[in-house]
Design a protein around this ligand. Structure first.
Ligand code: IVH
Length: 668
């Protein structure tokens, strides 16, 4: 029995250590599966020996029964809030004001950490064991959420070590990391439940569950930002050291915690964290700066409900509310007709936004969006602004539904939407100025024909002046044509004509990429260029041949097939070649397995010209002769072969059909 008791204790210890390494140090040493195995082992032992159970055991996190209501908990010390500042000037004023209050001339030291966007929580540890957890509530009284905070793996049920006061209140933020938020909302969507509007809302909703098994599934995290009440022991004398000490007790703190020695340090930290913000795996809405020394904090004191020794320096909001003025439709290179939101300009994420993408009609449906609605716009980092929510409650009576146009807004061709696709497309292809413009931009872009000096503006002008009606026309442009354009001098026109001339020489993979086949990007273009020996071979490729290539799935194969089936595309390729485009094929290392063999070719071949067949044979080491003799090894005989076939039969030379010859060529 003593053995089992010790084994259980050591398993709990191990699991707590691994938890600590995972959540606090962010440096796990065992794989998740090994953690699960240890956990199961402990659980089985405890099941077999219920008398050895303990409320601090890692197995007891989700044990509690659902509550019928929350109990109230009065905080031993009130939980305060923070004053905000929004720009450098306001922050600098706060800094000097604080310095002055303390009667200091020299720089003042601040501890700084991100302001997490979650829910403030108080954790009360008695003799190192988690006694209860409470929400902030009104700051004086909160709700007892012990059953739920126990399910949050990053909150230790027992503190590590022995260096802590008998009673210790830890304060911090419970938040939902971005990945957990997406998972939670995806699950809600699948179950047909209401989605959470943001991670903070989701964290709050998850913490205020009566059933802890629901909370346990939500992937919540805890991060401490201060201590509250304590009794029966010592604590360090400044904020920074308190945080380091909490971390040693197994409490997670922000990895971004910094000491700032002076005002410049504070401002530099703000700038660097603002920069890092879009890459963090959780949402933050500012930085909290706290006077580091507790003696200074005490001297500064409080005004109403906020301390004078701390401030939240907020980042520009990433979400803002504005009005949807209209929805317009844009036509892309592949004809996709994309709805774009025209917005009442609004300042969000540090810039003024007046347009946002809406992707497709399904998205509009999902957002339940009407013209005139109040909408929430999200913009983070350099990401394109998005409409994330409609405030249906504020919908004006004259709000209008968005309808997909029946005909292309650019060229008037019918717009079609296939059942299996979410996008609608203009059927005008290169007849459509919008599609032509996008196709042209793609065609001349760096990874395609790479025509220097052919910018977007120029392409637009050429199309507007009717100088281009398909991409091949670019090779017909003369200096005189270019001189018709605005701001095009003689020199620039000459330069551009020279650049176009140079571009005629093009690698096979770039040529394929330039065609703008749907779903065929740079990588696939390269794969195709390596797999097919010529443009002709690629154009004739069967679906099976395409599907045999790496990175080519059924969708891509279908797009390639469709592209080359269309007469206008085949004509386009031909026109490019007629205009002097020369495709450079990769030099393929071919095997020399036909060396020493002599071939004669006769008749009409189906897939090759005789010259092509000759080149392919020679490339593999064969000799190709014009007449049959007893030294001839093979005669390749095509349709309506005549005298050579007869002579070969007489001499007993082996005769190959075109198909057999091709097999021999490929049988390296
Ligand atoms: S310190 C007396 N530090 O912001 C100072 N608060 O606006 C009390 N918050 O209720 C708070 N991250 O929920 C502090 N690093 C941080 C914080 C933080 C988020 C929240 C907290 C508080 C609210 C105040």
């Amino acid at each position: 029995m003593q053995d089992i008791r010790e084994h259980i204790a050591s398993l709990r210890d191990d699991l707590n250590q691994h938890n600590y390494r995972y959540y606090v140090l962010d440096n796990p040493i065992i794989p998740d599966a090994e953690y699960d195995r240890l956990f199961q082992e402990l659980k089985q032992l405890e099941d077999a020996h219920p008398e050895l159970r303990s409320p601090e055991s890692p197995t007891e996190r989700v044990g509690a029964q659902p509550l019928s209501a929350f109990q109230q908990i009065k905080h031993k010390l009130p939980m305060l809030s923070l004053d905000n500042v929004f720009d450098e000037q306001e922050f600098s004023q706060f800094y000097t004001r604080t310095q002055e209050r303390l009667g200091l001339a020299e720089p003042l030291e601040f501890a700084a950490e991100p302001k997490l966007d979650g829910v403030a929580v108080s954790l009360f540890y008695e003799k190192g064991k988690l006694a209860y957890g409470a929400t902030r509530g009104d700051g004086v009284t909160g709700e007892d959420i012990t059953h739920n905070v126990r399910t949050i793996s990053s909150i230790p049920l027992a503190l590590l070590g022995a260096d802590y006061p008998a009673q210790l209140e830890v304060r911090g933020e419970v938040y939902m990391p971005a990945a957990a938020f997406e998972k939670t909302n995806a699950a809600a969507e699948k179950a047909g439940e209401r989605l959470f509007v943001n991670p903070r809302n989701a964290a709050s909703g998850s913490l205020r569950q009566l059933d802890p098994s629901v909370t346990a599934k939500r992937g919540l995290r805890f991060c401490a930002y201060s201590i509250g009440f304590f009794d029966g022991g010592q604590v360090p004398s400044n904020h920074f050291n308190v945080m380091a000490w909490l971390q040693s007790l197994g409490i997670p703190i922000s990895p971004e915690l910094r000491l700032c020695k002076n005002l410049d340090d504070c401002l530099a930290y703000y700038a660097s964290l603002a920069n890092k913000r879009p890459t963090l795996p959780y949402e933050i809405d500012g930085i909290v700066f706290k006077v580091n020394a507790f003696s200074d904090q005490k001297e500064l004191g409080f005004v109403s409900r906020a301390p004078r020794w701390a401030v939240a320096y907020k980042f520009p909001a990433q979400e803002a509310v504005t009005t949807l003025k209209n929805v317009e439709f844009q036509v892309g290179r592949t004809g996709a007709v994309t709805p774009v939101a025209r917005l009442e300009p609004v300042f969000v994420g540090g810039v003024t936004v007046s347009n946002a993408t809406l992707h497709n009609m399904d998205e509009i449906e999902r957002l339940d969006l009407r013209i005139g609605d109040r909408v929430v716009i999200h913009r983070a980092g350099d990401v394109i602004p998005k409409v994330v929510r409609t405030i249906v409650e504020q919908r004006p009576v004259d709000a209008r539904r968005v309808v997909l146009p029946q005909s292309c807004p650019e060229c008037g061709s019918p717009v079609e939407k296939l059942e299996e696709e979410s996008v609608a497309r203009c059927t005008g292809n290169l007849m459509c100025a919008a599609q032509l413009k996008e196709a042209m931009k793609h065609f001349v872009s760096r990874k395609a024909f790479d025509i220097d000096g052919m910018g977007d503006k120029l392409v637009e002008q050429l199309i507007a002046k009717d100088l281009l009606s398909d991409v091949a026309d670019i090779f017909t442009l003369r200096e005189g044509d270019l001189r018709l354009l605005e701001r095009m001098g003689e020199k620039s026109a000459q330069k551009l004509v020279a650049a176009i001339a140079r571009a005629r020489e093009i690698e096979f993979s770039r040529f394929i990429y330039a065609l703008g086949i749907r779903e065929v990007g740079e990588t696939t273009s390269r794969t195709l260029a390596e797999a097919f020996e010529s443009m002709d071979a690629l154009m004739k490729a069967s679906q099976d041949e395409l599907l045999g290539l790496k990175d080519v799935g059924p969708v891509v194969a279908k797009h390639i097939g469709h592209f080359f089936m269309a007469d206008n595309n085949r004509r386009l390729v031909q026109r490019l070649l007629d205009h002097g485009v020369r495709i450079q094929y990769p030099v393929i290392e071919t095997s020399q397995h036909l060396s020493g063999l002599t071939f004669v070719i006769t008749g009409t071949l189906a897939d090759y010209t005789r010259d092509e067949m000759k080149a392919v044979l020679i490339a593999r080491g064969a000799k190709v002769s014009g007449s049959i003799s007893k030294n001839t090894d093979y005669l390749v005989a095509g349709e309506s072969a005549g005298s050579k076939l007869k002579k070969a039969e007489e001499l007993g030379v082996r005769i190959l059909t075109e198909h057999e010859a091709v097999q021999l060529i490929h049988d390296a």
